[in-house]
Design a protein around this ligand. Structure first.
Ligand code: HEM
Length: 161
Protein backbone atom coordinates (compact mmCIF):
# COMPACT_ATOMS: atom_id res chain seq x y z
CA UNK A 1 0.00 0.00 0.00
CA UNK A 2 1.28 3.53 -0.70
CA UNK A 3 2.61 5.00 2.48
CA UNK A 4 1.93 8.71 3.04
CA UNK A 5 1.94 8.36 6.83
CA UNK A 6 5.49 7.27 7.50
CA UNK A 7 7.29 10.64 7.71
CA UNK A 8 11.03 10.66 7.03
CA UNK A 9 13.33 11.47 9.94
CA UNK A 10 15.70 14.46 9.91
CA UNK A 11 18.60 12.02 9.50
CA UNK A 12 16.97 10.42 6.45
CA UNK A 13 16.34 13.85 4.91
CA UNK A 14 19.98 14.81 5.45
CA UNK A 15 21.06 11.72 3.53
CA UNK A 16 19.13 12.61 0.36
CA UNK A 17 22.32 13.90 -1.27
CA UNK A 18 21.34 13.31 -4.89
CA UNK A 19 17.85 14.75 -4.44
CA UNK A 20 19.43 17.84 -2.88
CA UNK A 21 21.62 18.28 -5.97
CA UNK A 22 18.59 17.81 -8.23
CA UNK A 23 16.69 20.53 -6.34
CA UNK A 24 19.68 22.88 -6.49
CA UNK A 25 20.11 22.31 -10.23
CA UNK A 26 16.37 22.89 -10.71
CA UNK A 27 16.60 26.18 -8.81
CA UNK A 28 19.55 27.14 -11.00
CA UNK A 29 17.61 26.69 -14.23
CA UNK A 30 14.26 27.74 -12.82
CA UNK A 31 14.77 30.10 -9.86
CA UNK A 32 11.42 30.45 -8.07
CA UNK A 33 12.10 34.18 -7.79
CA UNK A 34 13.55 35.02 -11.22
CA UNK A 35 14.60 38.62 -10.50
CA UNK A 36 15.54 40.51 -7.36
CA UNK A 37 15.48 44.27 -7.05
CA UNK A 38 17.80 46.51 -5.08
CA UNK A 39 18.04 50.23 -4.37
CA UNK A 40 21.60 51.55 -4.66
CA UNK A 41 22.34 53.86 -1.72
CA UNK A 42 25.95 54.63 -2.61
CA UNK A 43 27.91 54.44 -5.89
CA UNK A 44 29.02 50.90 -6.66
CA UNK A 45 32.01 50.44 -8.96
CA UNK A 46 31.71 47.33 -11.07
CA UNK A 47 34.42 47.77 -13.66
CA UNK A 48 33.85 49.18 -16.28
CA UNK A 49 30.46 50.29 -14.96
CA UNK A 50 29.24 52.36 -12.04
CA UNK A 51 25.84 51.81 -10.48
CA UNK A 52 25.06 55.33 -9.28
CA UNK A 53 23.56 56.05 -5.87
CA UNK A 54 19.81 56.56 -6.10
CA UNK A 55 19.24 54.03 -8.88
CA UNK A 56 17.24 50.83 -8.78
CA UNK A 57 18.82 47.68 -10.15
CA UNK A 58 17.40 44.36 -11.24
CA UNK A 59 19.47 41.25 -10.57
CA UNK A 60 18.23 38.66 -13.06
CA UNK A 61 18.85 35.30 -11.37
CA UNK A 62 17.57 33.57 -14.51
CA UNK A 63 20.52 35.02 -16.45
CA UNK A 64 23.10 34.92 -13.67
CA UNK A 65 22.50 31.17 -13.29
CA UNK A 66 23.12 30.60 -16.99
CA UNK A 67 26.29 32.63 -17.39
CA UNK A 68 28.31 30.42 -19.78
CA UNK A 69 31.60 31.66 -18.27
CA UNK A 70 30.60 30.00 -15.03
CA UNK A 71 28.24 27.22 -16.12
CA UNK A 72 29.47 25.09 -19.05
CA UNK A 73 26.53 24.05 -21.24
CA UNK A 74 24.22 26.22 -19.14
CA UNK A 75 20.99 24.71 -20.51
CA UNK A 76 22.01 21.17 -19.62
CA UNK A 77 20.42 19.71 -16.50
CA UNK A 78 23.34 18.33 -14.50
CA UNK A 79 22.90 17.91 -10.73
CA UNK A 80 26.59 17.06 -10.35
CA UNK A 81 27.38 20.75 -10.76
CA UNK A 82 26.54 20.80 -7.05
CA UNK A 83 29.09 18.22 -5.92
CA UNK A 84 31.17 20.01 -3.30
CA UNK A 85 34.36 20.01 -5.42
CA UNK A 86 32.44 21.72 -8.26
CA UNK A 87 30.83 24.28 -5.93
CA UNK A 88 34.29 25.18 -4.57
CA UNK A 89 35.38 26.28 -8.07
CA UNK A 90 32.68 28.96 -8.37
CA UNK A 91 32.22 32.42 -6.88
CA UNK A 92 29.78 32.26 -3.96
CA UNK A 93 27.47 34.74 -5.73
CA UNK A 94 27.31 32.85 -9.02
CA UNK A 95 24.31 30.94 -7.67
CA UNK A 96 21.85 32.78 -5.45
CA UNK A 97 18.32 31.31 -5.71
CA UNK A 98 17.74 32.48 -2.12
CA UNK A 99 19.39 35.85 -2.78
CA UNK A 100 22.50 36.92 -0.85
CA UNK A 101 23.50 39.37 1.87
CA UNK A 102 21.52 41.12 4.54
CA UNK A 103 18.10 40.58 2.93
CA UNK A 104 18.47 37.03 1.72
CA UNK A 105 15.78 34.42 2.28
CA UNK A 106 15.18 33.63 5.93
CA UNK A 107 13.42 30.40 4.90
CA UNK A 108 16.42 29.00 3.01
CA UNK A 109 16.97 25.88 5.12
CA UNK A 110 13.31 25.34 5.84
CA UNK A 111 12.45 25.79 2.14
CA UNK A 112 15.04 23.21 1.03
CA UNK A 113 13.88 20.76 3.68
CA UNK A 114 10.25 21.27 2.71
CA UNK A 115 10.92 20.61 -0.98
CA UNK A 116 13.03 17.54 -0.19
CA UNK A 117 10.31 16.03 2.01
CA UNK A 118 7.60 16.83 -0.53
CA UNK A 119 9.47 15.37 -3.52
CA UNK A 120 10.71 12.31 -1.59
CA UNK A 121 7.21 11.58 -0.24
CA UNK A 122 5.60 11.92 -3.67
CA UNK A 123 8.22 9.83 -5.46
CA UNK A 124 8.10 7.13 -2.80
CA UNK A 125 4.41 6.72 -3.43
CA UNK A 126 3.86 7.64 -7.07
CA UNK A 127 5.47 7.31 -10.46
CA UNK A 128 5.26 10.77 -12.01
CA UNK A 129 5.27 11.38 -15.75
CA UNK A 130 4.80 14.45 -17.85
CA UNK A 131 1.96 14.45 -20.38
CA UNK A 132 2.64 15.65 -23.92
CA UNK A 133 6.21 16.77 -23.24
CA UNK A 134 9.55 15.37 -24.33
CA UNK A 135 11.81 17.60 -22.27
CA UNK A 136 11.63 20.20 -19.50
CA UNK A 137 12.49 22.68 -22.27
CA UNK A 138 8.88 22.26 -23.55
CA UNK A 139 7.61 23.93 -20.37
CA UNK A 140 6.43 27.50 -20.88
CA UNK A 141 7.10 29.97 -18.09
CA UNK A 142 5.41 33.10 -16.93
CA UNK A 143 7.85 35.60 -15.40
CA UNK A 144 5.93 37.16 -12.52
CA UNK A 145 7.25 38.00 -9.04
CA UNK A 146 7.51 34.24 -8.88
CA UNK A 147 8.17 32.02 -11.84
CA UNK A 148 5.00 30.22 -12.84
CA UNK A 149 4.47 27.21 -15.08
CA UNK A 150 1.91 27.83 -17.83
CA UNK A 151 1.48 24.48 -19.52
CA UNK A 152 2.73 21.57 -17.46
CA UNK A 153 0.55 18.49 -17.02
CA UNK A 154 1.63 15.56 -14.87
CA UNK A 155 0.28 12.05 -14.50
CA UNK A 156 0.58 10.35 -11.10
CA UNK A 157 0.48 6.56 -10.90
CA UNK A 158 0.34 4.94 -7.47
CA UNK A 159 3.28 2.65 -6.79
CA UNK A 160 2.43 -0.92 -5.82
CA UNK A 161 4.26 -2.11 -2.71
C1 HEM B 1 12.52 27.04 -2.37
C2 HEM B 1 11.94 27.93 -1.57
C3 HEM B 1 12.31 29.41 -1.52
C4 HEM B 1 12.99 30.20 -2.40
C5 HEM B 1 13.61 29.82 -3.74
C6 HEM B 1 13.08 31.53 -1.81
C7 HEM B 1 13.71 32.61 -2.38
C8 HEM B 1 13.80 33.87 -1.81
C9 HEM B 1 14.51 35.00 -2.39
C10 HEM B 1 15.25 35.00 -3.72
C11 HEM B 1 14.36 36.05 -1.54
C12 HEM B 1 14.94 37.47 -1.72
C13 HEM B 1 13.93 38.38 -2.37
C14 HEM B 1 14.54 39.73 -2.60
O1 HEM B 1 15.68 39.97 -2.21
O2 HEM B 1 13.88 40.58 -3.19
C15 HEM B 1 13.57 35.60 -0.42
C16 HEM B 1 13.24 36.37 0.65
C17 HEM B 1 12.48 35.95 1.71
N1 HEM B 1 12.04 34.67 1.93
FE1 HEM B 1 12.27 33.09 0.69
N2 HEM B 1 12.42 31.51 -0.61
C18 HEM B 1 11.95 30.23 -0.38
C19 HEM B 1 11.28 29.78 0.72
C20 HEM B 1 10.95 30.55 1.81
C21 HEM B 1 10.28 30.05 3.00
C22 HEM B 1 9.87 28.59 3.21
C23 HEM B 1 10.12 31.12 3.83
C24 HEM B 1 9.51 31.20 5.20
C25 HEM B 1 9.48 30.18 6.04
C26 HEM B 1 10.70 32.28 3.17
C27 HEM B 1 10.73 33.55 3.68
C28 HEM B 1 11.33 34.66 3.11
C29 HEM B 1 11.32 36.00 3.66
C30 HEM B 1 10.63 36.46 4.96
C31 HEM B 1 12.05 36.82 2.79
C32 HEM B 1 12.35 38.31 2.94
C33 HEM B 1 13.66 38.52 3.70
C34 HEM B 1 14.01 39.99 3.82
O3 HEM B 1 13.61 40.79 2.99
O4 HEM B 1 14.73 40.33 4.76
N3 HEM B 1 11.20 31.89 1.95
N4 HEM B 1 13.24 34.27 -0.60
Amino acid sequence: MPNMENSPTQEEINRLYYLERVIKETLRLVPTIPFILRYVDEDIKCDPYIFPAGSNIVVPLVLLHKNPDVWPEPEKFDPDRFLSNEVAKRHRCSYIPFSFGARNCIGLRFGMMEVKIMVATILRNFKVRTVGMKSWKDIQWEYMVMLKVKNSRLRFEKRKF
